[in-house]
Every structure is written in structure tokens, then in C-alpha cells.
Ligand binder design. Structure first.
Ligand code: PHE
Length: 457
């Protein structure tokens, strides 16, 4: 076990870090969240907005977070305390810690579903799946079972805790290295089957032919939130991961790799989902159950479908695990660095907390009618957590981080830190411009619009 209070752990290698950061980024955000949010917000035009936000806001904030982390070698709260002592900026770190625990709580519920779907597929539940309706029924039935939902949530949090207990290099890094490439291959296989289904054309058009009338500020807010969520930004996950990074690494290059692979996987996931979805006659705006309904219909139509299907859900669970690890690592690093807790104690208490907070999300998909449709709000608890924490809290975090770098800590200091150890900071003027002006202004405009029009969901 690693005792971070003595010698701080470091990533074992450059590839190891990139894979771990990519492992944090690539997860349910790409394969579960991206397709359904795209479906709800009009398809191709949304994808375009998403890509723009990845480049002009995601990448600069990624470099910012990694820089803050590596410079301070501290957890997200400690990092702000070190760069701006005795100021309210530590609250940004606190917001990140709280958001991390909150996202983990509902994310692990969905991750639990993927584990459940692995066993279902293995058991042949989808072998003779003919209609989309059957798939919908299986899904609805499965997620409304309270014991299964809570049990799988528990299993997933437990797995996460076991890995995080092992510390960053031995635990997290080793896992990420082996399994991510296999998932990629399976994703391509499913996509090939999906785009060759009869009737796939309509889905391709929906996904790839932008209808510019769908571009609204409301959709932009969702696209931005999705970009931040998918890249693990706005809550200090990349500050924390950056804090274990050696001074020799070039952060701009590392950030570009991570953003590129993350976006690639999301785009492919959409390409896998929409052709099959339209071929099956399903509604693209179907919400969080979307991929769980669509994917089984794809491998029901593949030779060796059960095998590929089970493999797919297993690897998706692993992709989710490399993300939950980073979510748990944020509060754990905080307690270990700032409160001098042992890693073990921090992991135990934070995972117990996340599990408890996850229970209402687990029950909000049919098990409890109140939680599934909260009176006065109209959405379920999980959906609400997903929008408040997974969208707005990250967006607010990204805004504050860009203001912090641009106006408090300062662009010059950040650039100097990045150039330490002889690194070239590519496009530093572009970065400075984006982080000082484009990020804060764009995010503020989106917030003002959302509050003005009360267009929260
Ligand atoms: N980026 C992860 C995903 O796409 C989720 C995540 C968000 C992880 C924020 C860490 C921090 O699945």
C-alpha cells in the first residue's frame, strides 16, 4: 500500500499516466451519456457544438488543471491553498471534492447496470431478442428491481475502493494499461454491425447531418457540460492526477492525447448507437436507458452475439471502473494530504459515503415512484444528480478554474511552470487567450442564459 504522507506516489511511466488519465476520461460518459444527450438535443448539430467545446474550452481547462496539480503536488483543495494561501479559492477545491463524491454516487449505479448486463448477456437473455420492445421491457424490469440495483451499486463501489486502496501506480495504472485497447476493438465491431443493419441510413443522417436550427444556447449548455464530464474536468480529477505527474512530462501533449482518444471513443459510440436505434424504430430522445436498450439489439443480430455482447459489457464495466477510481481518488487524496488520514481510512469512509448517497439514485428508476419522478421537478433523482452535478457543477468548476488561472495565479506563472524542465509549451499564446477570455466569457453567457430562461433541464 502507498503511504502518501511519507513519499508521494508517482506514475510509473509517461504511457502509464496518459492511459490512466484517458482511463478516467473514457467511461460511461462516452458510451452511455454522450449518445443519449446527443439524442435528446437534436443529433449532428449537437455533436458539432460538442467538438467545438472540447477544443476551445475542454483542452485549455485540461492543461490548466494538470498544471495546477503538477505545480503543487497536492490534492485539489491543497492545490488552491498552496497557490492562493488563506483565500476563498480553496472553496473551489471543496466544490470539486463534493462533486466527486456526488458524481461517484450515481455513476456507480449506472456502472452497476453494466455489470448486471454482463451477466444477463452471458446468461443468454438477449439471444433471441427480436424487437426493440422486448429490449425495453428487459431494461425497465431490470432497473426497477431495488435489490439488484443496490446490490450492484455496492459491488461497484467495493471494486473501486479495492483498486484505490492500492495507490496510483500499482493499482490504477496497471488496470488501465491492459484493458482499454480491447474495449476499443469491440466498439469497432459493434459499430460495423450497427451501420450495416437495414434502415441504418436514417440514424447516420440524424447523427452526421447537422440541422443548424437545433443549435441553441440551451443545447450549448448541455454540449459544454457533456464535454467537461467526458474529459473529467471541472472538479479537480485532473488536478489530482496531475499531482502525481513528473516534472518532465509535456502537459500540452499529454492533454491532447487524452482529449483526442476521449472524443474519438464518444464519436464512435454515437456511430454504434444511432444507426441501430433508427433501424429498430426507437426514439433518439429516449433518455438514460438508451444504450442499454439499443446495444443488445445489435448483438442479437450478430454471429457470436452473446460472446461479443458479454465481452462488451465486461469491458464497459472496466472503462467505468477506471473512471470511478478517479472520482474516488479526488476526495481520498484530499483526506490523505490535508487531514493526514491513512489511505485505507479515507477510502473506507468515502466509499461508504458514496454508497449511501447512491441509494436514492439506485431506487429512482422505477423502484420508488417518488424518487423516479420527484414531485414538482418531474425528473428522477438520478437524472437530477446527473444534471446538477454532472453538468452544472462541473461547468461552474471550469469557470472558476479558468478565472483562477487567468486572473489570480496568473498566466505568466502557469506558463513558467509548464516550461520548467525544458518543456516546450506549444500554442501558449492561444492557450492564454482561451483560458483568460473565451472560457470565462462563454461559460458565463451560457449560465446567464440558462438562469434567464429558466431552461434548467
Ligand atoms: N469522464 C468520466 C466519463 O466520461 C466521468 C468522470 C467525470 C470522471 C468527472 C471523473 C471526473 O465516464
Amino acid at each position: 500500500m502507498t503511504s502518501a504522507s511519507q513519499e508521494r506516489d508517482k506514475w510509473g511511466s509517461k504511457v502509464g499516466f496518459i492511459l490512466a488519465a484517458a482511463g478516467s476520461a473514457i467511461g460511461l460518459g462516452n458510451i452511455w451519456r454522450f449518445p443519449y444527450v446527443t439524442g435528446q438535443n437534436g443529433g449532428a448539430a449537437f455533436v458539432l457544438l460538442y467538438i467545438i467545446f472540447v477544443v476551445v474550452i475542454g483542452l485549455p481547462v485540461m492543461v490548466a488543471e494538470l498544471t495546477i496539480g503538477r505545480t503543487t503536488e497536492r490534492d485539489t483543495v491543497g492545490a488552491f491553498a498552496k497557490l492562493a494561501p488563506k483565500s476563498l479559492w480553496t472553496l473551489v477545491g471543496m466544490l470539486g471534492v463534493a462533486t466527486g463524491v456526488g458524481i461517484l454516487s450515481y455513476y456507480a449505479v449506472i456502472a452497476g447496470w453494466t455489470v448486471g448486463y454482463f451477466f444477463k448477456t452471458l446468461g443468454g437473455s438477449f439471444s433471441h431478442l427480436m424487437t426493440a420492445e422486448t429490449s425495453v421491457n428487459i431494461f425497465t424490469h431490470f432497473v426497477s428491481n431495488p435489490a439488484a440495483a443496490i446490490g450492484l451499486l455496492f459491488v461497484f463501489i467495493l471494486l473501486t475502493a479495492l483498486v484505490v486502496m492500492g495507490g496510483v501506480s500499482s493499482g490504477i495504472e496497471r488496470w488501465a494499461k491492459i484493458l482499454m485497447p480491447v474495449l476499443f476493438v469491440l466498439l469497432i465491431l459493434l459499430t460495423l454491425r450497427s451501420v450495416t443493419l437495414p434502415g441504418a441510413g436514417k440514424g447516420l443522417a440524424f447523427y452526421l447531418k447537422p440541422d443548424f436550427s437545433k443549435i441553441t444556447i440551451g443545447a450549448a449548455g448541455k454540449a459544454l457540460g457533456q464535454a467537461l464530464f467526458s474529459l473529467s474536468l471541472g472538479m479537480g480529477a485532473m488536478i489530482t492526477y496531475g499531482s502525481y505527474l513528473s516534472k518532465k512530462e509535456n502537459l500540452v501533449i499529454a492533454g491532447c492525447y487524452v482529449a483526442f482518444f476521449d472524443t474519438l471513443i464518444a464519436i464512435i459510440a454515437g456511430l454504434m448507437t444511432f444507426p441501430a436505434l433508427f433501424a429498430m424504430g426507437l426514439d433518439p430522445a429516449g433518455g438514460p436507458g438508451l444504450v442499454f436498450v439499443v446495444i443488445p439489439t445489435i448483438f442479437a443480430k450478430m454471429p457470436g452475439g452473446d460472446f461479443f455482447g458479454a465481452g462488451f459489457f465486461l469491458l464497459l464495466s472496466v472503462a467505468a471502473l477506471t473512471s470511478t477510481i478517479s472520482l474516488l481518488e479526488v476526495p481520498v487524496a484530499y483526506l490523505v494530504d490535508e487531514w493526514k488520514w491513512t489511505r485505507k481510512k479515507a477510502v473506507l469512509i468515502m466509499s461508504a459515503l458514496s454508497f449511501t448517497l447512491g441509494i436514492p439514485s439506485a431506487l429512482s428508476n422505477g423502484a420508488s415512484s417518488w424518487l423516479s419522478k420527484i414531485p414538482g421537478i418531474g425528473t428522477g433523482f438520478l437524472d437530477l444528480a446527473n444534471i446538477v452535478l454532472g453538468n452544472y457543477s462541473l461547468t461552474l468548476g471550469a469557470l472558476l478554474i479558468s478565472v483562477f488561472i487567468g486572473y489570480k495565479w496568473g498566466i505568466k506563472a502557469a506558463i513558467a511552470q509548464n516550461e520548467k524542465g525544458g518543456n516546450t509549451f506549444y500554442f501558449k499564446n492561444v492557450w492564454a487567450f482561451l483560458i483568460r477570455f473565451v472560457c470565462p466569457i462563454a461559460i458565463m453567457l451560457i449560465f446567464v442564459y440558462i438562469i434567464w430562461t429558466k431552461n434548467y433541464f
